[in-house]
Design a binder for this molecule. Structure first.
Ligand code: SAH
Length: 376
């Protein structure tokens, strides 16, 4: 029988597994706490390293369980220091995670699904059909892989020495379509004795799965980002097809009502800059008008090209003009610097390596045919 992993179990699940493997019920809670500490605070990968636990129990644990990481198919490092890992959880089950170091922080961008069902027109991940949801184990494992590579476990480290200071669920997939696993994973990542990132430093990004937004605020409690990208329904219907189900006003109403939203906990609105599509000054004005009254940050994302993409990035001069309108409305420094473009690690460029090549030629054809039918 394959060994069960202890990574990504909630504290209760961990305790139950220990009991099932023969640990006495009365000491299971204490043992779970010890093991939790070794896994998340110290990053050990073998039971043998858990020196606060008796040799006998360590041997028993090793007979039942594993702390193995997923297979790292590839690690790439960009000229700007961005790192990207291609991880494999099984045959054909591959995802990417990206680490973005900055002056004052380090952000880890993780995936919640293999592929994505949303088919946003400008997103590379959306060209890969969904294979499946990631389990909580697989989501948490992405953080462990990054911490392993960066020697970044919290035990004995001052907070200012931390390298992964923020986590964003902005990789592959729609987190709100994988609610339970994302919730459990964030619980572990934010656990004060676990990976210890505060929920204020964890951001869940959604394309706008409206019925799950309030629930996310109540049960997950992370920061929220919304991939808006257009302020007119006829355009958003095309570039973010989920809009046909939940339109812009419905989405913004859910944002206004997001539990915990305040000026100190703003919602980030992402807006990808597509040349001649959504980047007019009229759209900029409509954007600030629509967001009025929502405690918001606006993030203008220069479009990152991928092979066969049906769009181009707006000209820099146009991004600046658009940003001026947004600035004048009181939103500070709204343009997101593209990172890791040279290793295809930038927003919307993530995809399982194995499907990249064969898909891109086909999509170039398909998308250019579609593009000719596109509204302005
Ligand atoms: N499904 C969620 C999580 C993915 S987040 C969501 O849509 O929010 C990935 C972010 O990168 C989203 O804001 C997405 O719209 C943006 N993005 C996708 N493709 C992009 C591209 N080619 N260039 C720039 N940003 C892109």
């Amino acid at each position: 029988m394959p060994l069960k992993t202890l990574i990504g179990l909630t504290r209760d699940q961990l305790r139950s597994e220990l009991i099932a493997s023969g640990v006495e019920e009365k000491s299971a809670k204490m043992r779970a706490g010890q093991i939790w500490h070794w896994i998340y605070q110290r990053g050990v990968t073998s039971f043998d390293a858990m020196t606060s636990i008796s040799k006998e129990l360590r041997t028993k644990l090793a007979e039942h369980f594993t702390l193995d990481r997923p297979e790292i198919v590839e690690q790439q490092i960009s000229e700007d220091g961005t790192r990207k890992w291609l991880l494999r959880f099984g045959p054909g089950i591959e995802i990417e995670a990206v680490y973005i170091p900055e002056e004052d922080r380090g952000t880890l961008c993780i995936s919640s699904q293999v592929g994505c069902t949303l088919t946003c027109r400008f997103c590379h991940t959306g060209t890969q059909k969904l294979v499946r949801n990631l389990s909580a184990t697989e989501i948490v494992a992405q953080v462990l892989v990054a911490r392993d590579a960066l020697a970044d476990y919290p035990a004995g480290k001052a907070p200012e020495q931390r390298r992964v200071t923020n986590v964003v669920l902005m990789g592959m997939g729609e987190p709100l379509y994988n609610f339970d696993n994302v919730k459990d994973a964030i619980g572990i990542i934010a656990d004060g004795e676990g990976l210890t990132l505060s929920k204020r430093r964890i951001t869940l990004s959604t394309a706008g799965v409206v019925p799950m937004i309030a629930k996310a605020g109540e049960e997950i409690g992370s920061m929220l980002a919304v991939s808006l990208h257009a302020v007119r329904d006829e355009l958003r219907d095309v570039i973010v097809p989920l809009n046909k189900k939940y339109n812009i006003d419905t989405l913004l109403a859910a944002c206004r009502a997001y539990p915990g939203v305040s000026n100190a906990r703003r919602i980030t609105f992402e807006y990808v800059m597509l040349k001649g599509v959504n980047d007019s000054i009229a759209d900029a004005k409509l954007l600030v008008k629509k967001l009025a009254g929502i405690p918001a940050k606006i993030n203008l994302i220069p479009f990152n090209a991928w092979p066969g993409a049906p769009y181009e990035c707006s000209d820099w001069a146009q991004i600046e003009k658009f940003a001026d309108v947004v600035n004048a409305a009181g939103y500070a420094s709204p343009v997101r610097t593209p990172r890791g473009r040279d290793i295809m690690a930038a927003c919307g460029q993530l995809k399982s390596e194995s499907v990249k090549e064969r898909a891109s030629a086909k999509f170039a054809e398909l998308r250019s045919a579609e593009l000719q039918r596109m509204p302005g």
